[in-house]
Design a protein around this ligand. Structure first.
Ligand code: 4G4
Length: 222
C-alpha cells in the first residue's frame, strides 16, 4: 500500500513511524510511506499557507491554492483522499479495515482553524476524526490512522499477532491477562488460569470480557 501525507509538520512523523512493526513493514516494502511539506506548493516569498475566514471571526484557515494544488499533484486515479479534522466521521477498527483494502491513501492534515469547505467538496473522499477532542494539527491523527491501517496489511503482523487480534475484534473488550509469577507482592493470578482446564479458562475469559464491557463500554453492547 502507498500512503502519502500532506502536512506543515513533516518532522513530527519521524520517530513513531520509524519504530518496530511499522519500520519493518516499510523495510519489507509492504508500506510505501511518503511525507510531503505543504509549503512546497506555495508561490509567494513568505510561503504563506494561511488566510482569514470570510465573514470574520477569530483564527485563520488553511489557504486554498497551495492545498488544492498539492492534493491535485499528489493524488492518483486510485487514491482515496482523506482529511483529518475534529468534524470528521469517527475513525474505528471497521474503517481501518476498509482503508487497508485501498491501494493508495492521501492523508491531508489541517492546522489553524481548518479547511476551506471547497477542499472537502472538490477533492476529499472522506473526512475522519480520531476522537472527540481538539489537537493543534492533524499530524497525530494521521499517524494514528497509518498505524491502525498498516498493521492490518497482509504480512505486516506475524501469524500469532494477527489471529489474536481476530479473537477479540468480536465486539467485547479484552479479558484480564496475567503472566508469571503466579503470585507477585501478595497479588495472585486467578486459580482457574493455573488449572489447565481449557474449557473452564475459556468460560471464565468470556464472562470477564462480558463484565468488563458492561462496566466500561456499555455502548458496545447496544
Ligand atoms: C481541521 C480543522 C483532527 C484540522 C480544525 C485534527 C483533532 C483531530 C484541525 C483543526 C485536529 C481529531 C486545529 C481544530 C487540526 N484536531 N480529533 N486539529 N483544528 O481527529
Amino acid at each position: 500500500m502507498k500512503i502519502d501525507v500532506l502536512t506543515l509538520f513533516p518532522a513530527m512523523f519521524a520517530g513513531p513511524l520509524d519504530e518496530s512493526i511499522i519500520k519493518r513493514a516499510r523495510q519489507k516494502g509492504l508500506l510505501d510511506l511518503n511525507i510531503h511539506q505543504l509549503r512546497d506548493w506555495t508561490h509567494d516569498r513568505h510561503k504563506t499557507v494561511d488566510d482569514k475566514p470570510f465573514g470574520g471571526g477569530p483564527g485563520m484557515l488553511m489557504k486554498v491554492e497551495p492545498l488544492f494544488e498539492a492534493i491535485e499533484s499528489l493524488k492518483r486515479a486510485e487514491s482515496k483522499v482523506i482529511l483529518l479534522s475534529p468534524s470528521g466521521r469517527q475513525f474505528n477498527q471497521r474503517i481501518a479495515q476498509d482503508l487497508a483494502e485501498q491501494q493508495d491513501l492521501l492523508l491531508v492534515t489541517g492546522h489553524y482553524e481548518g479547511f476551506d469547505e471547497r477542499i472537502r467538496e472538490a477533492l476529499a473522499d472522506d473526512d475522519l476524526s480520531i476522537g472527540d477532542y481538539v489537537l493543534t494539527n492533524g499530524a497525530l491523527p494521521a499517524m494514528v490512522v497509518i498505524d491502525a491501517v498498516a498493521r492490518l496489511l497482509p504480512g505486516v503482523l506475524g501469524d500469532d499477532e494477527s489471529s489474536r487480534d481476530e479473537s477479540f475484534s468480536h465486539g467485547l473488550l479484552e479479558y484480564p491477562q496475567y503472566t508469571r509469577p503466579a503470585e507477585f507482592r501478595g497479588m495472585k493470578v486467578p486459580d482457574v488460569l493455573l488449572s489447565g482446564n481449557h474449557a473452564a479458562i475459556e468460560k471464565w475469559r468470556r464472562a470477564q470480557a462480558q463484565l468488563r464491557t458492561e462496566n466500561r463500554r456499555p455502548d458496545l453492547l447496544k
